[in-house]
Ligand binder design. Sequence first.
Ligand code: UD1
Ligand code: CA
Length: 467
Amino acid sequence: MDIDTPVTAAILAAGLGTRMKSRRAKVLHEAGGKPLIAHVIGAVEPLAPAERIFVVVGHQAAAVQEAVGARGVEFVLQENPQGTGHALMVAREAMEKLSGLLLIVYGDCPLISPATLGRLVEQQRRSTAAGTLISATMDDPTGYGRVLRDADGNVLGIVEQKAATPEQLAVREVNMGIYCYRAELFWKYLSEIRPDNPAREYYLTDVVEVLRRAGHSIQAMTIPDAREALGINNRVELAEADRILRDRKTRQLMLDGVTIERPETVTIDPDVSIGIDTVVEPFAQLLGATTIGENCRIGACSIVRDSHLAEGAAVLPFSMVTNSRLERGAQAGPFARLRTENHLAEGARAGSFVELKKAQLGRKTKAPHLAYLGDCEIGAEVNVGAGTITCNYDGERKHVTRIADGVFVGSNSTLVAPLGIGAGAYVGAGSVITADVPPEALALGRARQVVKEGWAKKRREKTGAGS
Ligand code: UD1
Ligand code: CA
């Protein structure tokens, strides 16, 4: 076939996935930080234009469509799924008119790479066969369809586990559920498959034998790494796919110059980027749309989601950082919680047991320990003492605290918002501050200390204690 023969793709995602024992459709379950279906579509997209990609949906069709998102692909509804062959029968009306090559991929094989799919299409393009399927040799082929060949190695058909004879069960070459057919031949013979199996389903795999009986040949492209074709049927396989996908991501980052300690314990989502010489410690999780610059450190057991760290910033162990920005050299943790919309300017620090929400900390401002800072704009070089609390909520509304450059907030201060503290001012330790503090002032909001000389001694003499 011509080099420019168009490719049309069908992705099968209508099954419930009974073996998952879940209320959610199988392809919605996540591995490697994305739903299974998103991985498969991502692998198919480089090979076919969106308007030639058809996702067959059935169980929880609306939720599956939502998980696919706005990629411009087409959907076909298989209302009452009766097998992988039935899925194509339902899709026939929408797809048959599109000639060229037909690529079929099951939605439960998230590890398949675009490169392997590309090789499959190329091999079929150059071949005179009616179709090419991907096979792999597995140590334990249990559950998969087996590829049957004649003495000369020609593919005869595929037999499902349930229907296989003991001899056929011993075959270790399995069908991956990924095929590339000449579209017109496929559609011509699809209607000949029958649900004559114990499951009473229309097996797509039967098309192979139908075509062969009609005098056409089918080729198998065997891939060297069987793991790539792992089909997810239960949660043990889901965890295995997740492990492999996470491993791919950490390997790529390490090859790109990131140090990852004990990488098998680390979870990094697919869209996360990390600069060179950054160190990621054990059990760290970097999630969502997180970007991390060069020379940063992500402490052990920390979780960073949808956040940005500039060069040299650090999240020390056991911290949670969400939807926040740390500029150059800024630091959070250990044991810090940056809830959302926080901004730490260059060299700013939020230390142990500090919780921030919508907090801006200016350049070199420090809140080293035990504080809650919410809805506040803090200038540069401010020292926030241990135990400082911004009282941002009056029971009905949130209010803002503004602290100007160079302020010193003594330990255990309670700052009742709305409130402003002027540049260079001091707040005495233990104060409850309810009114604005002018620049360079000292504000004290606490009871004056009383000292009664000799009081303790007199008390002991009266009660006779200690004599
Ligand atoms: C299938 C193959 C088997 C192969 C294995 C590879 C058949 C009959 N068997 O078995 O040879 O080794 O995949 O992983 O094809 N689906 C629909 N509509 C349906 C039924 C299924 O869209 O009516 C979708 C499912 O959502 C799933 C995919 O097709 O994503 C595969 O279905 P599944 O039931 O998992 O097939 P297997 O039993 O794994
Ligand atoms: Ca499967």
